[in-house]
Design a protein around this ligand. Structure first.
Ligand SMILES: *Cc1c(COP(=O)(O)O)cnc(C)c1O
Length: 398
């Protein structure tokens, strides 16, 4: 079948929840993807911050193939070696104490919410606890994750969601204070907001929220699903600061393409929240997914991915800043590490389409921001190639 025939077939079979670009991807190599017709694309999306190690890392591929030859799935009622190895490495990388593997980011958020509610329930036996989340946040599409997602557009048609969720503004401590009551059991935020516009939480804000949580025995939940796994130049973005969450979520790059996520707890929360019978999953933490996690974390160390991000990301910032100076229609650049955004005064869809035509994959965040979340292995040369196409594409859309 031709590429167009595949697209037509897709539009008649798949539920139309995405406006897809008019190409069918076939395979990848390093930081490049190829469509069915052999057209090559420089990928600055990486499956939305997933494919950190690039496509076809041989050691990663071999690890998965090796696990397929052994066993892909067993129930969580039995131990399996990849899950144990992956949990050990993830504990070390995250500096957290207890791991629960999930199949996705949204499920990690669901687990985090359940752990926080159970922790509060064990303290006072009541069932009316509140969670404070942030405006412009994004935590996923399941009902619990939607309930804490501060974007009315995503939520409205699906109300009522889970109750007792309040919203405050990121980096506005007073707005958080204003929502705190005796019933508050958790404060949840992305350490760097992704979908909501590439806003990093400031050190001052995180420090104040941490102190508030300590004072009132409220749990701090940090969503590191997009900003974690080395993307900001730290294994997890909060590790840049002198604070630590009580609960943390991770996914996206955790499996580098194999669907897997996790929520992690400190020992204190681990000992006083979810216990046997409280939570479970058929697939979560299965041998195939955990073989991926195990290898990804091994390769992060071996290939010094975090160090590489620190080296290469200032160059991306510098080059993007040049565009801010050059074009009036660009208001600013913001973000952290290899998670950057260019904020325009207009919708960026036409620019992204033009770049795609020219062989560069980019993604938006909201309507007016171009988001840059490339594979973490990109080099200065890739950034130069990207910049050339982006500059031309902006020029063509003025
Ligand atoms: C992508 C994302 C999620 C949801 O993850 P899924 O795997 O799509 O369910 C949650 N939080 C953040 C910050 C994300 O970027």
């Amino acid at each position: 079948m031709s590429m167009q025939e595949y697209i037509d077939e897709a539009e008649s079979a798949l539920l139309h929840t995405y406006n897809r670009y008019q190409m069918v991807l076939d395979h990848g190599e390093g930081v490049y993807l190829y469509d069915m017709d052999g057209k090559k694309y420089l990928d600055f999306v990486s499956g939305i911050a997933v494919f950190a190690l690039g496509y076809h890392n041989k050691e990663y591929d071999d690890a998965l193939k090796g696990q397929i030859d052994k066993v892909i799935h067993t129930s969580n009622y039995y131990y399996n070696v990849p899950a144990i190895e992956a949990a050990k490495k993830l504990k070390k990388a995250s500096r957290m104490d207890r791991v629960f593997f999930t199949n996705s980011g949204a499920e990690a958020i669901e687990g985090a919410i359940k752990a926080a509610r159970k922790y509060a329930y064990l303290k006072d036996g009541s069932t009316d606890h509140e969670i404070i989340a942030m405006n412009h946040s994004f935590h996923g599409r399941t009902m619990g994750a939607l309930a804490v997602t501060g974007n009315p557009k995503y939520r409205e048609a699906f109300e009522p969601l889970i109750g007792n969720i309040k919203f405050a503004d990121l980096n506005d401590f007073d707005s958080v204070l204003a929502q705190v009551t005796d019933k508050t059991c958790a404060i949840l935020m992305e350490t760097v907001q992704g979908e909501g516009g590439l806003y990093p939480a400031t050190e001052e804000f995180l420090t104040k929220v941490r102190a508030l949580c300590d004072e009132k025995d409220i749990l701090l939940i940090l969503d590191e699903i997009q900003c974690g796994m080395g993307r900001t130049g730290y294994m997890y973005a909060w590790q840049r600061y002198d604070i630590k969450p009580d609960i943390m979520t991770t996914a996206k790059a955790l499996g580098c393409g194999v669907p897997v996520g996790a929520f992690l707890l400190t020992e204190k929360v681990g000992q006083h929240s979810l216990t046997s019978g409280d939570h479970g999953t058929t697939y979560g933490g299965n041998p195939l997914a955990c073989a991926a996690v195990d290898k990804v974390l091994e390769l992060f160390e071996k290939e010094q991915i975090v160090e590489h991000v620190r080296k290469v990301s200032p160059y991306l910032e510098e080059r993007l800043q040049e565009l801010v100076e050059k074009y009036d229609c660009i208001q600013c650049r913001r973000g952290a590490g290899l998670m950057q955004g260019l904020v325009f005064d207009r919708p960026v869809g036409p620019i992204i389409n033009k770049a795609l035509e020219k062989g560069l994959m980019l993604i938006n965040a909201g309507t007016d921001i171009i988001r840059f979340v490339p594979p973490l292995i990109i080099t200065k040369e890739h950034i130069d190639d990207m910049m050339k196409i982006l500059d031309e594409s902006i020029g063509a859309c003025l």
